[in-house]
Design a protein around this ligand. Structure first.
Ligand SMILES: NC(=O)c1ccc[n+]([C@@H]2O[C@H](COP(=O)([O-])OP(=O)(O)OC[C@H]3O[C@@H](n4cnc5c(N)ncnc54)[C@H](OP(=O)(O)O)[C@@H]3O)[C@@H](O)[C@H]2O)c1
Length: 302
């Protein structure tokens, strides 16, 4: 099989690439940067100039679309918000316009989406049909999914994975929000009661590949492990997995709002997301329990 990955050089893309290459697949990356990886063919696009190297699609069966500026990387100034939007909407439009004109089109696109599409609903269990939010992140995600849906019009199967908090020691949540735990300063956030719907990076990478190869899958699926937990509990488990103390007081919400501005809403969100639909497809999670997930992440790093 031949795969084209956008944003392949990022946290999730790197893991997917590793698994695909280990299983003797061919991998192309479509990248905005100069990042390269052995055995991967890198092709350039520039979503701002609207240019793309069409050679990237040659003999490709599957597109995995991950490109997007990091939602929690920088404070949400007006300029950053524009970048978050453009990097997702413009990239998807450019991808679609390019594929539309190909004689030999890929069969499927598996695209990243996010649980940020849902409302902040405390501990209420949310599935794929639950009401969508209207804040910045939810609106961005709805628009992003709408662009991806265009591919259906040209006969390309569309799968959208609404990703939860990705757990990996190489970046994302554990590197940023939970980083103080490594220095013995693990602290729950806000009131600590927010539900965190997480997924181990390895399960997520496998899920992208599973969705690409399962022809019965189409539409949207929550990409979260079966057992979401509170922020207090995940922080405690991180401290335990790192063999570090857990005695610090919670970081109050107002401090988070001062530090992170509007972006604090993401950190303080409580979303209890159901994994039931993806499990019904037959997908088996390797890491259903937070203790095992963290043990795996931190032990494999040693
Ligand atoms: N990690 C999470 O917890 C999480 C949760 C929910 C949803 N997601 C979504 O899943 C996708 C992959 O996540 P990730 O954690 O792997 O993200 P990541 O590490 O930030 O990587 C995303 C990739 O997108 C490309 N990119 C970055 N800024 C861009 C810009 N301004 N314009 C165009 N392309 C840009 C880069 O690839 P090149 O340099 O190669 O172009 C980058 O490596 C993202 O769309 C993210 O929003 C992630």
């Amino acid at each position: 099989m031949k795969y084209l990955i956008t944003g392949g050089s990022g946290l999730v893309g790197n893991d997917i690439t590793k698994i695909l290459l280990a299983n003797k697949n061919e991998v192309n990356w479509l990248t905005n940067s100069n990042k390269n990886k052995e055995q991967v063919h890198s092709f350039k696009w520039n979503i701002y100039d609207y240019t793309i190297d069409l050679q990237c699609f040659k003999n490709v069966d599957t597109i995995i679309h991950l490109a997007g500026a990091g939602v929690a990387d920088k404070n949400w100034t007006a300029e950053r918000k524009k970048e978050l939007i453009d990097s997702r909407i413009k990239s998807t439009k450019l991808l679609y316009e390019s594929v539309k004109n190909l004689a030999d089109k890929p069969k499927v696109i598996v695209a990243a989406s996010a649980i940020g599409i849902y409302r902040n609903e405390g501990d209420k269990l949310l599935d794929e049909e639950s009401e969508k939010g209207n804040d910045f992140l939810a609106t961005l995600t709805k628009d992003w999914e709408k662009e991806v849906d265009e591919f259906e019009k040209i006969g390309v199967r569309v799968v959208k994975l609404r990703i939860g908090i990705v757990l990996s020691d190489n970046g994302g949540y554990l590197k940023k929000v939970a980083a103080p735990a490594k220095f013995g300063f693990a602290s729950a956030l806000g009131n600590g009661k927010m539900i965190t719907s997480w997924i181990h990076i390895e399960d997520l990478a496998n899920l992208f590949i599973y969705a690409a190869n399962n022809e019965n899958m189409k539409g949207e699926y929550n990409a979260v492990a079966p057992n979401p937990i509170t922020n207090f509990e995940i922080t405690k488990q991180i401290a335990l997995a790192l063999n570090k103390p857990f005695f610090m007081p919670n970081v109050p919400s107002f401090i988070l709002k001062i530090i992170f501005g509007e972006m604090a809403a993401v950190i303080l969100m409580s979303q209890n997301i159901s994994s039931s639909k993806i499990e019904k497809t037959g997908f088996k999670f390797e890491f259903e329990d937070i203790k095992n997930a963290l043990k795996n992440i931190y032990n494999t790093k040693k």
